[in-house]
Design a binder for this molecule. Structure first.
Ligand SMILES: *[C@@H]1O[C@H](CO)[C@@H](O)[C@H](O)[C@H]1NC(C)=O
Ligand SMILES: *[C@@H]1O[C@H](CO)[C@@H](O)[C@H](O)[C@H]1NC(C)=O
Ligand SMILES: *[C@@H]1O[C@H](CO)[C@@H](O)[C@H](O)[C@H]1NC(C)=O
Length: 504
């Protein structure tokens, strides 16, 4: 009888083993909002935002309170997200890329999509790329490991918008956006489908694209990676009929609701295709709110200043990790970053890390076990990093030291004078030191001089800064390569006069 039991046990053990080994690697959905602040989502305390789908992901998943992007503006932040490296290494600085930029994220950088490709993943990106277009689409997502792409390859204000419709039935976009360049195109892979893009129909197009991609991958039992850097809630706000006029927060709230609706649609598709239990969904944002837009911009909650600054409001972001049946509900105060997403995805998929200097650390233990972060420190570079100034700030544990501070036009219009562009570059020696647990708003610098404990903290911060900076090799600036009008995407390349004739 005992032999029978042994055989049976062996049999079941083998089945279990077989099952474990043949379980397909997880799918990844990476959602990236634009200029969305720490205080903008309902689940982060905003009283009049309507974000039921994101709130549900936060409630059933893991919500981060101490999650950082790497730059207070778009392009550098995206470069770090996709490579797990500070933007200074890849050269995506200073500021952001333009429609006619000659540079882009260098093709020898390894993106998350390229990390997953060798394992047989299907990969797609939709939305705001903003890592370059270049001559003949040199830098488009399809050149960086993504099988499919649908989207506007840069910010949707980087083209004249005063004649475009942002809300139904025909409410024109607020402001002029960038004049003197081509109107913003909608690209499918490397081809322009629409110019200018139809904002009212854009989110539906993304939803359909995502549904098709997920459904096709699930049908083939192929693991997939979907990257959705949304245009929402960057200026100018827009929303189609499903969200326009439906919130108490005006154009910003409607745009945010539209993003939330798309995420809801995505979750339904994951559910319907039966892959929801094998899919990690991550959500965060590229940088802090653009406070200069006032009610049409985002909200940093209790964090100081916003976009363009290295205060918490510029770089601390809402972040949610959801994985049905695998990530338990909770809130984590562990320090984590967009840099950590590439190593985490690689670890969960069993993929090889790229053979380069990575700045990200694996945060699997935070996700799966609410464990501790392997991240010791977070570095804060300004919009225009250079080797002479180096880091503007460094966070170690609960302490953050500012070596330099500066306001930004993106964060103007609020009463705090340190946030506005009038606040010129200021060096701090000793550095301004804050305890972010007691004072997340960075209002009360700690008097470190004469306090041995705080002096020891500062010493340690300085040592980490020195070590980090001595290992930092600045990549050639891609953005300083400048622009060329002929590189602006035009649906009718031989037409004249440009840019107004680029209209199809
Ligand atoms: C990419 O190529 C440039 C130029 O040759 C080089 O400086 C850089 O280190 C390379 N980057 C990587 C990640 O290999
Ligand atoms: C783009 O490709 C076409 C055809 O291959 C070529 O004629 C053209 O010179 C290229 N343009 C640039 C800017 O490299
Ligand atoms: C905007 O529309 C008006 C009226 O149709 C037209 O006169 C003007 O040239 C348009 N401007 C641009 C930049 O397209």
């Amino acid at each position: 009888e005992s032999e029978v039991w042994t055989l049976l046990r062996l049999f079941f053990f083998n089945i279990l083993l077989l099952h474990t080994c043949s379980a397909s690697p997880p799918n990844f959905v990476l959602l990236f909002a634009d200029d969305l602040g720490f205080g903008d989502l309902g689940c982060y305390g905003h009283p009049s935002s309507l974000t039921p789908n994101l709130d549900r992901l936060a409630e059933d998943g893991l919500r981060f309170t101490d999650f950082y992007c790497t730059s207070p503006v778009c392009s550098p932040s995206r470069a770090s997200l996709l490579t797990g490296r500070y933007q200074t290494r890849s050269g995506v600085y200073p500021g952001v890329l333009y429609p006619g930029s000659k540079g882009g994220l260098p093709l020898n950088e390894t993106t998350i999509a390229e990390v997953l490709k060798p394992l047989g993943y299907a990969t797609a990106a939709m939305g705001k790329w903003h890592l370059g277009v270049g001559a003949n689409g040199t830098f488009l997502p399809t050149k960086q490991g993504f099988d499919h792409y649908l989207g506007i390859p840069y910010s949707h204000d980087m083209g004249p918008c005063h004649n475009l419709t942002c809300f139904p039935p025909d409410v024109k976009c607020f402001g002029n956006c960038d004049v003197g360049v081509v109107t913003v195109p909608l690209m499918h892979n490397e081809v322009i489908k629409q110019q200018p893009v139809n904002f009212l129909d854009l989110e539906r197009a993304y939803s359909d694209f995502a549904t098709d991609f997920i459904t096709a991958s699930a049908k083939k039992k192929q693991p997939f990676f979907l990257y959705y850097p949304s245009h929402h809630t960057h200026y100018p706000q827009y929303a189609g009929p499903g969200a326009a006029g439906r919130t108490l927060r005006g154009p910003f709230g409607d745009a945010l609701l539209e993003l939330d609706n798309t995420i809801g649609q995505l979750m339904i598709t994951l559910e319907k295709t039966g892959v929801i239990g094998n899919t990690l969904v991550l959500f965060t944002s590229d940088n802090g709110p653009e406070l200069m837009r006032m009610s049409r911009g985002g909200n940093a909650g209790p964090m100081r200043c916003g976009k363009g600054t290295t205060y918490e409001g510029g770089m601390r972001e809402p972040a949610i990790a959801y994985w049905k049946g695998t990530i338990g509900p909770g809130v984590t105060h562990e320090m984590a970053s967009t840099l950590d997403i590439l190593p985490t995805i690689a670890s969960l998929a069993g993929a090889k890390l790229p053979p380069v200097m990575l700045d990200g650390v694996d945060m699997t233990d935070i996700l799966l076990n609410q464990g501790q972060s392997k991240r010791e420190a977070m570095m804060f570079y300004p919009t225009d990093p250079n080797e002479m100034f180096g880091l503007f700030a460094l966070r170690l544990g609960k302490y953050k030291a500012h070596f330099y501070t500066r306001g930004a036009s993106h964060s103007g219009t609020i009463p705090d004078p340190d946030c506005s562009p009038i606040a010129a570059l200021k060096a701090h020696d000793p550095p301004l030191l804050f305890d972010l647990e007691a004072d997340p708003s960075e209002h009360y610098p700690l008097p470190s001089e004469g306090d041995p404990d705080l002096e020891a903290v500062l010493e340690r911060i300085k040592k980490i800064k020195e070590q980090f900076e001595s290992s930092m090799v600045f990549g050639e600036s891609q953005i300083s390569k400048g622009t060329d009008r002929d590189l602006e995407p035009c649906c009718n390349p031989t037409c004249s006069p440009k840019p107004s004739c680029c209209h199809c």
